[in-house]
Design a protein around this ligand. Structure first.
Ligand code: NAP
Length: 250
């Protein structure tokens, strides 16, 4: 559906869930995908599955909360393919569940380090690389919880709200330099982030919060993300796009 031939893309958190779906769709549409994740084996597996289908990919294990690792990731993309054109700052964690008055300080710091600082470190090195490439497009993975609250998740909600401010500001700064930067806000999506942490009863309860009566799929998030990265979205920057089955409509 999209044409990403001759484009190089970095996807963080690409070893699982939404990031994996995005990496697969970008590769199926012609991109050379740098598959990045904390988990080296997961990077290798997703890369192998792209190569098996005739796509182009290379693995690079990196922790997004380590600025040096983010610089090295961008350097790897440029060294492998010559230029970086696309990036999806997708890696994220849910963090502890507790009311704000009891929220563990170390859990707060961990969520902010990964979900917010990790995206800043990504942008910090991706943007100069895209300037060198003559332009590009970036999607930062926010959440519906970038615009509404959710009890017992203050660190996650705060990180995703802050991500929208970061996205808008960076987008304004680079709008005339050919780099578009947007955020995507999924509602609850069937991935290991949810299925590893919640019982089936809790998943059913979450489904009922969406007017469509179900939670979403990684492929549905990938479709929006790939659209925003593509030339079809050439006049879209600095904005926040929901894929939420109506969650935020009421
Ligand atoms: P997931 O299945 O857990 O995948 C996230 C991936 O990111 C995992 O492979 C994880 O590795 C990796 N990761 C975690 N910390 C990292 C770090 N410091 N550096 C590099 N990689 C790291 O989760 P998902 O549901 O696909 O979530 C992807 C993004 O979508 C997140 O930003 C999340 O907040 C957002 N989102 C998800 C939902 C949802 O309902 N699923 C809804 C809205 C937004 P490990 O497995 O080794 O930890």
């Amino acid at each position: 559906m999209f044409d990403f031939n001759d484009k190089t893309a970095i996807v963080t958190g690409a070893g699982s869930g939404i990031g994996e779906a995005i990496a697969l769709e970008l590769a199926a549409s012609g991109a050379f995908v740098i598959v990045s994740d904390l988990d080296k084996d997961a990077c290798a597996q997703v890369t192998a599955s792209i190569l098996d289908k005739g796509g182009k990919a290379a693995p690079f294990a990196a922790d997004v909360s380590d600025a040096n690792a983010m610089e090295a990731l961008v350097g790897f993309a440029e060294a492998e393919t010559g230029a970086l054109h696309l990036a999806v700052n997708n890696a994220g964690i849910g963090g502890a569940q507790a009311p704000t008055g009891d929220y563990p300080i170390d859990a707060w710091q961990q969520v902010i380090n990964v979900n917010l600082n990790g995206v800043f470190y990504g942008l910090r090195y991706q943007i100069p690389a895209m300037e060198r490439a003559g332009g590009g497009a970036i999607v930062n993975m926010a959440s519906i919880l970038g615009s509404v609250g959710f009890a017992n998740s203050s660190a996650y909600v705060a990180s995703k709200h802050a991500l929208l401010g970061l996205t808008k500001t960076a987008a304004m700064e680079y709008a005339q330099k050919g780099i578009r930067i947007n955020a995507v806000g999924p509602a609850f999506i069937q991935t290991p982030l949810l299925t590893n942490n919640l019982s089936q009863d809790m998943l059913d309860g979450l489904a009922g919060l969406h007017p469509m009566g179900r939670i979403g799929t990684s492929v549905e998030v990938s479709a929006l993300t790939c659209f925003l990265l593509s030339e079809r979205a050439s006049f879209i920057t600095g904005s926040y796009h929901l894929v939420d089955g109506g969650y935020t409509a009421p």
